[in-house]
Write a protein that binds this ligand. Sequence first.
Ligand SMILES: [Zn+2]
Length: 449
Amino acid sequence: MALQVSIAANEETKPSARLSNVVLTTEEIEQATDLSDVVQRFCRYVQIDSQSDPLNSEETPSNPQEFDMAHLLAHELRVLGAEDVSVDAHSYVTASVPASAGAENLPALALISHIDSTPDAPAVGVKPQIVHYEGGNLEIGYNKGKLVYVSPKNVADLESFKGQDIVTSNGTTLLSADDKAGVAEIMALVARIAEVPTIAHPTLKIAFVPDEELGHGAALLDLENFGATWGYTIDGEAVGELNYECFNACDVAINIEGIVVHPGFAKDKMVNALSVWREFDDMIPTNERPEDTDGYEGYYHCYRLKGKPDFAHANYILRDFDAKNFEARKEFLQNAAAKINDAYGYEVMTVRIKEDYRNMAEKLKGMEFLVDEVVASFEANGVKPLVRPCRGGTDGAQLTFRGLPCPNIGTGACECHSVREFVPVPSLEKNVEVLQDLVGRFAKPHEVA
Ligand SMILES: [Zn+2]
């Protein structure tokens, strides 16, 4: 209690004047007439609350507020002349942008982003501002009396934004650039095409999906009606980032049935489910946990454990880029359980494995042009390609396995999932150029090898 009082007092004494690096406050952004379309859109979209809710993950959308974002985007798409615009009962927005002249018979290309913000940080009442960055720490604002800033020690390429205007929150919430930067970039491209119909592009299929942050953003997207042949999710971090490889992923649920006896008379009779879990977990190589792995290394991760001597339940996730190693990991856990069952002489533990998603690189074989064309668009726009394996899943991984090949492209956002999240203005603008270049490349035929 005492601590809370002291924080409150501290908050009152925080500096109330705007930071000296602030170029435009939220109110000033709304009045400004010289901001580019993508920046205006972005600052507008982040002010609409649409944080997904992990406590309501059985429903889609998990937060009914996601509909506010969905309906706004659908309205704007209609105003821009998009066709077949719809918001379905789960707040999926889909729309079609007709092809430019001569590209009508080419396969439709999908552009996909998500409308929810992560529940990992406060995301209600986002107040975007534009600050000017001149190197050193990027100061954002005050949160509970403490200065929020990004340090070049934590973000290695921070100094590469020196001299740029950067959009941040006011420091009390995340910015929601993940993934409203992606949404704004796609919308700015659609607006540009509406204005200049000669911009070359095949039919574009646009989808804005809910609840990506809960891991099932694209799960309910009706691919048959959607009608795209291939596409991209715009949901990465830095401009130039491209992910087409991701983990193979599964969830492992373990149940352990103990035998309970009065502890005073337990010798050679009791089987404590908690001790059995410890034996099982000790068999997992200690250097193959998330905190010990990086790059292309896979891992085992216990993320939930609850139990008493009579019964324990644990969940693990398994991750591996390589399909063979992935199977070997599953087998390893099953063998470990079998050994324990043998030792106890009864089925003390059971292992249930549920596959979550697969490495999309497997399914992109023969369609390497989906990667090559993005790299070419980056290079044509002076952006250094950062092709990285994605140590997590993307909507694209799921879509790729459901039959819509979908590598993932960065949005320009940095420090996502925190109140330090930011996106440089030139990154937003550059990505619209990249997307325009990219859709132009699909106004020509591509051969699947
Ligand atoms: Zn995202």
